[in-house]
Design a protein. Sequence first.
Length: 68
Amino acid sequence: MHCTVTLHHEAGAVVALCREFPECEGRGGDRAQALEKLRASVLFWLEACPCDTRAESGLVFDVTEGRA
């Protein structure tokens, strides 16, 4: 599963947002931390989702916008 991710700076943190899962976000001190936290947020959402989606091993983030 590919997710389109945008990055931006907010209040001294890097924020990663995913278009496919707008309710999920990741915040960290750098790009890697923000993406790691976004991945955890998306995986948590998928676990709670009534849909039967299992994406942990196939979750790929395509960063398309922003600089961090």
